[in-house]
Structures are given as C-alpha cells and as structure tokens.
Design a protein around this ligand. Structure first.
Ligand SMILES: Nc1ncnc2c1ncn2[C@@H]1O[C@H](COP(=O)(O)OP(=O)(O)OP(=O)(O)O)[C@@H](O)[C@H]1O
Length: 244
C-alpha cells in the first residue's frame, strides 16, 4: 500500500537579511543619507527536500538557531519559501506561542477565526466552543485580548483549538516547554489518546525523552541544513554528539 503524503517540500530555502547598522536616530539617518544600512545575510534554511506521510509523528532536533522554527514556519505558511515549493495535504495549525492568532483579538474571537481557518462552520464552532475553553482553562479570560496573555496561556489556547477543532497537521514548537505541569500532562494525554491516530505531528523539542517516546522519524538540523532525516535513535545520537 502506498503511504499518503501529508507534506512534501522540494528545494525549499530561506535567507533573512538583517540590518547591521542602527540608523535609528534622525542625525544618524541624515549623515548616512547616501549610505544605505549594511545588511547581513542569514541563511536560516539551506536547500532541502523531504516528504512526511499522514499519521507520522516527526521529531525536529538541532541546536539553538539551526533553523527549526524557520522550517516549521515555512511549512505552516507563515513565511514564503525563497525557492522550491511546499505541498500540504490537510488543514494545519501552528502552535508556537500563538503564531497564526491575532494578538489584538480576544480569546473568543481567536477561537472563531482559527477554527474557521481549519474549515469549521460557525455552528460547528459554537458546538465545540465550551470544550475548547475548558480544555485550555481560560474561561475567566475568554473576552480578554490575547496580547495580555502569558506565552503559556496562548500556547494552551492554540493547542486546545487544534485538538478540538481537529487540525490534520500540527506543528508543535516546544509545546511541552511552554505549558505548566498540568498543561504538559494534558498535552501528553492527547498524545497518548486515540485523537492522535491519523494525525500528522511535527514536534520541535529539546527533550530527548519526548522525541524518543512519540516520534517515528526524526530530523536533525545543523546550521540551516537538514543533516539527517530517519531513525529517531540515530537522529538523537547525532544531536547529542553535536552538543559535545
Ligand atoms: N524573522 C527573522 N529575521 C531575521 N533572522 C531570523 C528571523 N527568524 C530567524 N532568524 C535567524 O535564522 C536563524 C535560525 O533561527 P530559528 O529561529 O529558525 O532557529 P531555531 O533552530 O528554531 O532556534 P531555537 O532552538 O533557539 O528556537 C537564526 O540565525 C536566526 O537569528
């Protein structure tokens, strides 16, 4: 039987340009009118190809700054890729401290917006609304703008929307690191329930135990390159070695 694709990335890459000078004051700008700010290129993602299949739980490992978040932001459509193309087969939700959520909207409004992005009709969202709020334990704050939330509260809300509104593909960037103990236990329960069956999960984590427990394949990244993508134990070994 052929496996169904969830994500296909062909020759994708991303380079950021960051300003090296601080032409921030009026005086500085005037003196440097004909001298544009110098920019530095950061090759956050070097050209890479890979395929992820439906139902897989993929680990993403690598040291700080190696490009993990950039990669999942590209896959989730937050940034466009500079080259190549990405095919996504299913609905996605990126749960990285509320990327994809609007900080100017309340938790209630964000639930409706995000769940509609996931393809639900208003009536269907009405039906699961309480479940989302209770799972996230945010009833008291439901009509507050999420810009006043802590990062853990935003992560709880995003996770709850994705779990209850049924995203097919979830990008979890350090989900076990942002939540408090109780939330982590809930997240683990979700991972160990039948909910996860058939879902595709990309899990960024610095916790080897988490990656080992849940990921059937793991990618190891270094300096923007996808060095290895396959057996989880082997990827962990490479990551541990890279930390020595
Ligand atoms: N929006 C941006 N503008 C400019 N440079 C960026 C931007 N986002 C990331 N970078 C740079 O791209 C590189 C990869 O960053 P990224 O956040 O993807 O790493 P990471 O592996 O997720 O790190 P961490 O483990 O610390 O979360 C870094 O050098 C970072 O400074």
């Amino acid at each position: 039987m052929t496996k169904a694709l969830a994500i296909q990335a062909k020759s994708i890459s991303k380079t950021f340009r960051i300003s090296e000078d601080s032409h921030n004051t009026v005086k500085h700008r005037l003196f440097n009118l004909f001298n544009p700010p110098r920019t530095k290129k950061v090759e956050a993602l070097k050209t890479m190809d890979f395929e992820i299949y439906k139902g897989e739980c993929i680990g993403l490992l690598g040291r700080n700054g190696c490009g993990k978040s950039t990669l999942i932001k590209l896959l989730a459509g937050v940034y466009p890729s500079d080259t190549g193309n990405i095919n996504i087969f299913g609905t996605t939700l990126l749960m990285n401290l509320g990327v994809g959520m609007s900080h100017e909207l309340t938790a209630r409004e964000n639930i409706y917006v995000s769940a509609s992005v996931l393809g639900l009709k208003i009536k269907e969202i009405d039906e699961i609304f309480d479940k989302i709020v209770d799972f996230a334990e945010l009833r008291e704050f439901i009509d507050s703008k999420i810009k006043f939330f802590s990062s853990g509260m935003v992560a709880r809300l995003a996770f709850s929307i994705a779990v209850n509104a049924g995203a097919d593909i979830m990008f979890l960037d350090e989900i076990f690191a942002v939540g408090d103990m109780k939330f982590q236990e809930k997240a683990i329960k979700v991972f160990e329930s039948s909910w996860i069956e058939g879902k595709t999960v990309i899990l960024v984590s610095h916790s080897m135990d988490t990656i080992k427990k849940y990921c059937n394949r793991t990618a190891f990244m270094k300096n923007g390159s996808l060095v290895y993508f396959g057996n989880t134990d082997k990827a962990i070994e490479m990551y541990v070695e890279d930390n020595h």
